[in-house]
Write a protein that binds this ligand. Structure first.
Ligand code: KIV
Ligand code: ZN
Length: 456
């Protein structure tokens, strides 16, 4: 019997904290378009903006609240009446509105930023939640800089806001300072010490200044948090927020370690990532986990050979499971003959072993000069290899060695390859729709071994 998995609420703050990252601001139609994609993605809460910040943000929150009806729509407010009133005005048409109130609690913020005492902070937190609660049932409170707050004072503030009616307690690691063991322990302390905690949801909001936002969020969940705040592509203040796609896929790929589930539709992840990048003009870092363009690309020959034989050799999730159309075999100088042969077949050419050797040698020399061999280079190279010598400018110089020259000579006299019919796709195909070898060739094992070695 499989154990029941706890359901984690995914609170997306791409449109609020994410938008605060340099170069990522969005106008109202852009925010609405992205909110609709976040809805398709299946997030539970969309933090649509900070309504007091500007008229544009107010209008964007209001538009999202009236159009996007399934998820909870949250608006941010400082712990004061004008902010809370403005947030409520923007949210009131929402099917499921949430006011999110924050107030710093660390001594460094109280002393230098807010210039108030701990007692004043406690009173302000309580009063602001009472006021927000008078307007809206669903109220979230965040003690800003919680991870640098004295835990005893933090618990006093949290207890006061629970008593005042907060329904979610969000614990922000505002400056990305904590580490997983410490953050998990803080959540445990809060669960043990705050009266009434069993009636509210604990949330984690992690920043990535030390590159540990996702690990910290997962540690919080393991310690009992049931909401995670995150953004698409991990965008957000400074080094960003915990990345939604990384949290969700960690839970999906490693249910043995993270036995939780979310309502996120994995197949919509890539579309959300691309839409965000297109709207903001900020490209996704190529090696970004899950959504970077290299996340499912394989260049090394050993890897390409393995993936062609069975994608599980080098892929822990399928590209399709996160909405990426297919994994890419990037043809470069590390690629092997196996991948080259497959790409030639996909382009309509099938070569016997000797012809492929010839193409391969030329390909490696070309790949040494240009980083990535695109299909049009390959087609040119194929045509060049199989045309009468001297009839056109060669793409690369002739191979100088005697053996290679012999190979060339035979290639020169060989007829140009005919495009082959597409392979029938049947049970004997791999994940790329390419037939697996028939295993009748006596040299099959040796060939496979060579494919492995050629890419080294
Ligand atoms: O990082 C932070 O502390 C915040 C709060 C407003 C939740 O974004
Ligand atoms: Zn934040």
């Amino acid at each position: 019997m499989t154990a029941e998995r706890a359901r984690i609420t995914v609170f997306d703050t791409t449109l609020r904290d994410g938008e605060q990252s340099p170069g990522c601001s969005m106008n109202q139609p852009e925010k609405l378009r992205l909110a609709q994609q976040l809805d398709r993605l299946g997030v539970d809460v969309i933090e649509a903006g900070f309504p007091i910040a500007s008229d544009g943000d107010f209008e964007a929150v209001r538009a999202i609240a009236s159009v996007v009806r399934r998820p909870i729509i949250a608006g941010l407010a400082r712990a004061c009446r004008p902010d809370i009133e403005r947030a409520w005005e923007a949210l009131r048409e929402a099917a499921r509105p949430r006011i999110h109130v924050f107030l710093a609690t660390s001594d460094i913020h109280l002393q230098y930023k807010l210039r108030i005492t701990r007692d004043q902070c406690l009173a302000q937190a309580r009063e602001s939640i009472l006021f927000a609660k008078s307007l809206c049932d669903d109220v979230e409170f965040s003690p800003e800089d919680a991870t640098r707050t004295d835990p005893e004072f933090l618990c006093r503030v949290l207890e006061a806001v629970v008593e005042a009616g907060a329904t979610t307690l969000n614990i922000p690691d505002t400056v990305g300072y904590t580490v997983p063991s410490e953050f998990g322990a803080l959540i445990t302390t809060i669960r043990e010490r705050v009266k009434g905690i069993e009636n509210v949801t604990i949330s984690a909001h992690c920043h990535n200044d030390l590159g540990m936002a996702v690990a910290n969020a997962l540690a919080a969940v393991a310690a009992g948090a049931r909401q995670v705040e995150c953004t698409i592509n991990g965008i957000g203040e400074r080094a960003g927020n915990a990345s939604l796609e990384e949290i969700v896929m960690a839970m999906r790929v490693r249910p043995d370690k993270f036995a939780y589930e979310t309502g996120v539709v994995g197949e919509q992840i890539f579309a959300a990532s691309q839409m965000l990048s297109e709207i903001t003009g900020v490209p996704v870092q190529p090696n970004k986990a899950i959504t970077g363009r290299n996340a499912f690309a394989h260049e090394a020959g050993i890897h390409q050979d393995g993936v062609l034989k069975n994608p599980l050799t080098y892929e822990i999730m399928t590209p399709q499971s996160v909405g990426v159309p297919d994994s890419k075999l990037v043809l470069g100088k590390h690629s092997g003959r196996h991948a080259l042969g497959i790409r030639c077949e996909q382009l309509g050419y099938q070569f016997d072993r000797r012809a492929l050797d010839d193409i391969y040698r030329r390909f490696v020399r070309l790949a040494d000069k240009i980083k990535k061999v695109e299909d049009h280079h390959l087609l040119e190279l194929i045509r060049d290899t199989h045309k009468p010598s001297g009839s056109a400018t060669p793409l690369i110089e002739p191979i100088p060695s005697a053996k290679a020259a012999a190979v060339n000579a035979s290639a020169v006299t060989a007829p140009a390859p005919e495009p082959v019919k597409p392979f029938p796709v049947g049970p004997q195909t791999n994940a790329f729709g390419v037939p697996l070898p028939a295993h009748t060739d006596p040299h099959h094992e040796q060939t496979q071994q060579e494919d492995y070695l050629w890419g080294v």
